[in-house]
Write a protein that binds this ligand. Structure first.
Ligand code: 1GP
Length: 251
């Protein structure tokens, strides 16, 4: 199995380097917008593109990724809302299991159905324990997943869920307050989880300011994901990227 990008995640974690991922939802961007995001992201030294969304109604996932790959070297990781969002043009797949929920379909059911197709894609597979944290309002992910999010102040539940995910063999933990969350995940929760796992920790959902991204990293996040805020104001790419990359390596 391919492991190049995951090895990079591990190397970066070991050296204390924080990463910034721009989330692109193919439903929300046209060709012109993709070009603008590519230009700004390259300039700002963005580390990864995450591509996907809870719905992805349109059928231009492949074209969207091809466009990104044709003019940028930034790795593209699929962040799929469903098994239909697998594209061989990406570099890797965040192979999500919703470990914070109790919906068997999203823990293992859909994986079983799509396994031959996913394997055939040739993508680098990154087993990811996906945890939805209450962000103050129902988000698309909480509705679609039909699973109760972890309450925002239940740090111990988040910690134990992430620990269980790691011991079950997950290679990454992704804690998500959901796209456009009213409240991003607290630093307390991030700190608690980060202290109890060794695998890289991805944090996203409702991050709208560089300061918040910085504090999240200081609390233990290894990768910060921002989508919604950037769709509204693309100049944030540079500001958030600078903030994430300015975190001291021993933080
Ligand atoms: C959502 O974590 C991502 O799944 C990013 O959230 O769109 O709120 O930045 P935002």
């Amino acid at each position: 199995m391919k492991q190049a990008l995951y090895n990079q995640f591990i190397e970066r974690k070991k050296s204390g380097k924080k990463s910034f991922a721009v989330l692109i939802d193919p439903d929300k961007v046209d060709n012109e917008k993709i070009d603008q995001l590519l230009m700004l992201s390259t300039e700002a030294k963005v580390d990864y593109f995450f591509v996907g969304g809870s719905l992805v109604i349109s059928s231009h996932l492949d074209e969207c990724i091809q466009q990104i790959k044709s003019s940028s070297n930034i790795p593209v990781l699929l962040f799929p809302g469903s098994p239909s969002q697998v594209s061989k043009y990406a570099d890797a797949l965040l192979y999500l299991s919703l470990i914070s929920g109790r919906n068997p379909e999203l823990l293992i059911g859909q994986h079983v159905i799509s396994a031959p197709f996913v394997k055939k894609s040739g993508l680098e597979i990154m087993p990811t324990g996906y945890m939805v944290i209450d962000g103050g309002a129902p988000t698309t992910v909480s509705y679609i997943s039909n699973a109760t999010p972890i309450p925002a102040d239940k740090n111990e539940i988040a910690m134990c869920t992430a620990m269980a995910g790691e011991m079950l063999g997950m290679k990454l933990i992704y804690m998500d307050a959901g796209s456009g969350a009213k409240r991003a995940i607290t630093e307390h929760m991030i700190e608690k989880v980060a202290r109890h796992i060794e695998i890289p920790l991805i944090i996203g959902g409702g991050i709208t300011e560089p300061e918040k991204a910085y504090l999240n990293c200081k609390a233990g996040a290894d990768v910060i994901v921002v989508g919604n805020a950037i769709e509204k104001d693309a100049s944030l790419i540079k500001e958030i990227s600078n903030a994430v990359h300015s975190v001291p390596v021993n933080a």
